[in-house]
Design a binder for this molecule. Structure first.
Ligand SMILES: [Zn+2]
Length: 295
């Protein structure tokens, strides 16, 4: 909010200066504060996207960033001054050597560089490593990028099943806003295939109270897991059923309240439990999940 007010004030001062100057009155030397936040900028790395691919996909990436900014306005903690480099992770990042140390791509990275990142990420704090995209594919780029930009907005230090549920919901909402509803439903459907029959039946027959009860029970057993996409997608569907009431803006820097038991390496999302008792701002996202009672 502070950034919005300061940019409004800057615009007002610029307007005042122009008005006074044009009117031929005494020119007031009013210092103008430089604008520091102009929205999320993403840059597709030239070393992993060809010029033709960047020409086709950079506008898509810009549109995704713009929609994420509309839903969650404001500058997140640690945002790099020259924007976020987005690159395709080398295929070997999915190998065991990498996977035992880091979450596989798509993944948001913070701080120290890992393995063989492309040259564009040198000196950058936050970077996004995408999974290899089938070419040309605006759909999978949008889905992966919206999810990872959700992590950027929530905070790139910590992660847990609830943060994942929020960013899955955000990514599905962005697909819908982009007009990719068919692809959104396909992603939903694919993720839900991992759920047991009892949960799938609840969804198919729209027994949402049963679906919520299943999600809530599973949430107590998630622990440090963050990759249970079926569970997270079910939670996202519960949130999105009330999308008009969802206050997405409450997700800005929301993960800073997560409880971490030890100091984590500063280069990857660390698993830290949510503290629901302190999540008053996020009530509109907790209620559809049945978590408001834990507050
Ligand atoms: Zn994630």
């Amino acid at each position: 909010m502070i950034d919005i007010f300061s940019s409004l004030r800057t615009t007002y001062l610029q307007h005042l200066l122009v008005s006074v100057g044009l009117g031929g009155f005494l020119f007031l030397q009013v210092p103008i504060k430089a604008q520091t936040w102009q929205g999320t900028k993403v840059r597709l790395a030239a070393s992993t996207f060809t010029p033709e691919e960047r020409q086709a996909l950079q506008p898509v990436a810009d549109h995704v960033a713009q929609l994420v900014d509309q839903l969650i306005p404001g500058k997140p903690e640690g945002y790099p001054t020259d924007g976020i480099v987005v690159f395709e992770a080398p295929g070997r990042w999915k190998t065991l050597e990498f996977a035992t140390q880091y979450d596989g791509p798509p993944v948001t990275l913070n701080g120290l560089r890992v393995f063989d990142e492309p040259p564009e990420t040198a000196g950058n704090t936050i970077r996004i490593a995408l999974n290899e995209l089938p070419r040309p594919n605006a759909l999978s780029l949008s889905y992966q990028l919206a999810h990872e930009l959700g992590h950027v907005k929530l905070g790139t230090r910590t992660d847990n099943y609830l943060d994942e549920t929020f960013v899955v919901a955000l990514s599905l909402e962005v697909l819908r806003l982009l007009g990719y509803e068919g692809y959104m439903l396909a992603c939903e459907g694919q993720n839900l295939m991992n759920l047991p029959p009892v949960a799938q039946e609840a969804i198919a027959s729209e027994k949402w109270a049963d679906a919520r009860a299943y999600w809530l029970k599973q949430s107590k057993a998630q622990g440090p897991r963050v990759e249970d996409r079926g569970f997270e997608t079910l939670g996202a569907m519960l949130i999105l059923r009330n999308r008009r009431r969802v206050r997405w803006s409450a997700l800005l820097n929301a993960s800073s309240g997560n409880v971490c038991s030890d100091t984590a390496p500063a280069h990857i999302l660390t698993r830290c439990d949510p503290d629901i008792s302190k999540m008053a701002r996020q009530l509109s996202l907790l209620q559809p999940l049945g978590l408001e009672r834990d507050r």
